[in-house]
Design a protein around this ligand. Structure first.
Ligand code: XMP
Length: 508
């Protein structure tokens, strides 16, 4: 195996760079901005380093720095946006504050293709997002391309294999951006394709066996693809030493407990089902704040785990945390906190068990591929994502058994109706949200005063961004009619037409 390391300077597209490279079939990992040259140099798998973009200016004293010795490792380095400026600054070039920034689509004039812009046309449309510009570079650096405001928008030093692009080749708006990353990965770094689901699974099973050894491990199985894959993977590595615990929080999807029981008993997993519905409703009584709900649910969940873990004397807690969970919870150093994810935020600081998160560097679709590789049933691999805190974060205001029933039933109707259509396969998530207000309606010739339900149907590739699905009105109408007919507490249905950003997928 070989890999490309992406150093994270906090840019919102940092993970996308790594994503693109993995899509080419090459392993790529995101590491902190201050990772040392010594560490990178010692890892013989590292064939190239990319310095990501970032929101700061090289002139800021507190802006993230990098170990300049990375440029002397004889490993090719590519700087993107902020990374481009960091390199220019590090090699003795001149970076200045631009007169006006460039944000959005720009025309890039290619003067020389060099190695990094090979196979591109003379002029390409690129996505820019910067204020500072590189004004001058030492003689050993060749300027390859420029835009109206950034005359050095791409450079290379062929001898030392140092490259920079001011624009973002990783975002789809940059035409042929993939070609630039391919040039770097395959031609310049000479990587070979080796990131396939089969190899990833093999490596992970071996890693799990090595990490856990003869200890006893416990995993919280939610039935989602992440925890199912983590359980199947670790189960393959250590067999019955893994205890899979399914906690019925009372906040799960319709029919979930039965489904889990049937699926995983067949998989020969050591499965324990714990009915904790009453406990969850008790601690959620009177709680409306989204963050408090998340924290409370996460904590009780872990407490229940501890009880089981103590009984079975587990040493290791396995979790199905994936890469996007960590970014969105503000775990990577320079990204900001959006939500406390159940599987990260709820953990106590002094974990008594060793935490093992085998999927922590994988993106959602990679996890799905892995599920297929591990022969998990298609119901699991194709099922929609479901958040750790469950239906609680789809109920705005207090969570009560009655309100959970409304959301559960409405979500079931949405799913049933969509499953019949061609739209189903492109949908990331579809669910109902219950609002804490009432509106006037007319039902059976009588006035009603009941709750509205919001239908949320979204498409996404990797959970980082999302669009609301453009579902035809007749389907939405059918959903709306069924919800108001079949759920007594609801007299109005709205469709959420917000994208992420600025909204998030879940309402809380
Ligand atoms: P947002 O609402 O942040 O959701 O746009 C992105 C994706 O993450 C899921 N999600 C969670 N998953 N624990 C999870 O395991 C959580 O606490 C959590 N919160 C949100 C959400 O369903 C969506 O797919």
């Amino acid at each position: 195996m070989n890999k490309i390391v992406v150093l994270d300077f906090g840019g919102q597209y940092c993970h996308l760079i790594s994503r693109r490279i993995r899509d080419f079939g090459v392993r790529s990992e995101v590491m902190p901005a201050d990772t040392s040259a010594k560490k990178l140099g010692a890892d013989k798998l590292v064939k190239g380093v990319i310095l990501s973009g970032g929101a700061r200016s090289v002139f800021d004293k507190s802006a993230p720095k990098f170990d300049r010795q990375i440029l002397n490792l004889s490993i090719p380095v590519l700087g993107i946006c902020y990374g481009h400026q960091l390199i220019a600054d590090a090699v003795g070039g001149q970076v200045v504050a631009g007169k006006s920034g460039e944000y959005g689509l720009m025309k890039l004039d290619v003067k020389a293709k060099g190695e990094i812009l090979a196979r591109l046309g003379k002029s390409i449309t690129v996505w820019m997002n910067h204020h500072d510009v590189v004004e001058q570079l030492p003689k050993s650096f060749q300027t390859l391309a420029g835009t109206e405001h950034a005359k050095i928008a791409a450079f290379e030093n062929k001898r030392d294999k140092i490259f920079g692009v001011q624009f973002h080749p990783e975002v789809s708006h940059t035409k042929k951006g993939d070609q630039i990353l391919r040039n770097f990965t395959f031609k310049i770094c000479e990587c070979k394709k080796s990131w396939t689901s089969e190899l990833v699974a093999e490596n992970m099973i071996r890693e799990a066996a090595d990490t856990i050894g003869s200890q006893t491990a416990i995993i919280g199985l939610s039935g989602g693809v992440d925890s199912s894959v983590a359980a199947a993977l670790v189960g393959k590595a250590i067999g019955k030493q893994l205890i899979a615990v399914y906690v019925d929080t009372g906040l799960m999807r319709a029919g979930e407990t039965k489904f889990i029981e049937q699926t995983f008993k067949q998989k020969n997993l050591n499965l324990k089902i714990i009915k904790a519905e009453k406990q969850f409703f008790r601690v959620l009584k009177g709680v409306s704040s989204p963050e408090r709900k998340r924290k409370i649910i996460g904590k009780l969940f872990i407490d229940i785990f501890y009880d089981v873990a103590k009984q079975v004397r587990a040493d290791v807690l396995v979790q199905g945390t994936i890469y996007s969970d960590r970014i969105e919870s503000g775990v990577t150093k320079h990204s900001s906190r959006i939500k406390s994810h159940h599987n990260v935020g709820g953990l106590p600081k002094n974990l008594k068990m060793k935490l093992y998160e085998p999927l922590k560097d994988l993106y959602k679709d990679e996890v799905r591929n892995l599920a297929r590789e591990l022969d998990l049933p298609t119901e699991i691999t194709t099922r929609q994502v479901f958040p750790g805190p469950g239906l609680a974060i789809r109920i705005i205001g207090e969570v009560t058994p009655k309100r959970v029933r409304v959301v559960r039933q409405a979500s079931k109707i949405i799913e049933e109706e969509l499953k019949e259509t061609q739209f189903w396969q492109n949908i990331w998530m579809s669910f109902a949200v219950l609002l804490p207000i009432k509106s006037v309606g007319i039902q059976g010739d009588k006035r009603s005063y009941k709750s509205p339900v919001v239908v949320r149907i979204i498409e996404s590739r990797d959970a980082m961004t999302a669009n609301f699905a453009k579902i035809p009105f007749p389907i939405l109408e059918q959903i709306s009619t069924r919800i108001t007919n079949e759920i007594d507490e609801v007299n109005r249905v709205a469709y959420d037409i917000s994208n992420k950003p600025p909204a998030t997928m879940e309402w809380e």
